[in-house]
Design a binder for this molecule. Structure first.
Ligand code: EPS
Length: 385
């Protein structure tokens, strides 16, 4: 089992993750983690915070001489902005209580979270509800990608649309995976869509609006047989949906055709099975998005998600003051106009973590060599069919 916990507030000292369950002997490349952290920070529409941060991971435990020990791996990312928030975030009583956030933002965790935890200052909610936490999740995802690479699995996300733009229909190719590791997920858009998106972001910014969007994550060369149909909590698609839905502001997740499958007759919703000696069994199309019956079927796994617009609006919506109960405009904090490209990188991490967890569950092993032996045995069994 692969598990992890994260800790840290948006303007606190640092973000931390402890990852447990990776096999020993896995070469960990700190620079690869930092590359994904940098990709998460990219994207037109991010706010000024991204100019303050320059996310770098520090590995504090579980790695020696560049290789995992099999023990928990602790990773930390410093919040540079903490220097500017030290007093507000102090463990002792804040120096200036007048800075309390008291006007909940519609669409944000502010009000529901404040009621639940009995906070009258919504900063106590927003600091942890903030998507800043996803930086360290991306670091965990980068570790998961390192494991997956050992089994030739690669993952790439791309943005399909932002703010209602025409959806890009770019087909992702395996050859795009390596170059894209360096770049932002908007790189894959076709030129016209990209121009349209940039225009929409600029217009939104000018009028204090925010924009959501749709993105897609593909996992290539996943072996057949991850996940299971035998029990609800073993289904791979369910685990992927949960992991991607847990990214802040995600309101919808679909796999393969997803909602479109509901509108098609069966003959146009499924994938014809074929066989070739050199390839084994394969599907002629990939409407299932690489998963049938909760089990990976050997085709590319395709997960798509819808992100809502960020709830912090420059031109705020109507709300109610938590103390006076008077009508009031919602709080305005420095924020992003859109973070869809970032969410796409985070979703790559979420998908990688789920797939790495399922690989570990299926092939087991305390060391990476043992895991690879188990994997090879299974691949031979599949090939001998
Ligand atoms: C966020 C608000 C903004 C974003 C932040 C998420 O931060 P700040 O309030 O400091 O300007 O930039 O995202 C990040 C810090 C990040 O690293 O992605 C929010 O309220 O969710």
């Amino acid at each position: 089992m692969l598990r992890f916990l994260t800790g840290g507030e948006s303007h606190g000292m640092a973000l931390t993750a402890i990852v447990e369950g990776l096999p020993a002997g896995l070469g960990v490349d700190q620079e690869m983690i930092n590359r994904d952290l940098a990709r998460r920070q990219m994207g037109y529409g991010r706010g000024q915070r991204m100019q303050i941060e320059s996310d770098q991971v520090q590995i504090l435990s579980g790695v020696r001489g560049g290789k995992t020990l099999g023990s928990p791996i602790t990773m930390q990312i410093r919040n540079r902005d903490w220097e500017n928030w030290k007093e507000v975030m102090a463990v002792k009583a804040p120096a200036n209580e007048a800075r309390a956030v008291t006007r909940p933002r519609p669409g944000h965790a502010d009000l529901a979270g404040g009621i639940k935890y009995d906070h009258k200052d919504f900063r106590n909610v927003l600091e942890r509800a903030s998507a800043r936490e996803t930086a360290v999740r991306v670091a965990v995802g980068a570790l998961a990608k390192v494991l997956l690479q050992r089994f030739h699995v690669s993952i790439l996300g791309h943005v399909l649309s932002i703010g209602g733009s025409r959806r890009s229909r770019v087909e992702l190719a395996r050859s795009e995976v390596q170059p894209a590791v360096e770049g932002s997920p908007v790189r894959c858009l076709d030129g016209e869509v990209e121009k349209d998106i940039l225009g929409r972001i600029e217009k939104a910014q000018a009028v204090g609006e925010t924009l959501g969007g749709v993105f897609e994550v593909c996992a290539f060369d996943v072996p057949v047989g991850l996940g299971s149909y035998v029990h609800w909590d073993k289904r791979l698609d369910a685990d992927l949906a949960r992991a991607v839905m847990s990214i802040p502001a995600i309101k919808g997740v679909e796999i393969g055709l997803g909602f479109e499958a509901a509108e098609r007759p069966g003959s146009e919703a499924h994938d014809v099975i074929n066989y070739r000696r050199d390839r084994g069994f394969f599907r002629e199309t990939n409407r299932a998005g690489g998963i049938e019956g909760g089990v990976s079927n050997g085709e590319t796994i395709v997960v798509r998600a819808a992100m809502k617009p960020i709830p912090t609006l420059g031109s705020p919506l109507r709300s109610i003051h938590i103390i006076s109960k008077r009508e009031s405009e919602a709080a305005v904090e420095r924020s992003d106009v859109t973070a869809v490209p970032s969410a796409c990188v985070i979703a790559e991490a979420a998908v990688a973590i789920v797939l790495a967890g399922h690989m570990i569950q299926k092939f087991g092993g305390d060391s990476i060599e043992e895991m690879q032996r188990n994997y090879q045995g299974y691949i031979s069994q599949v090939k001998s069919l």
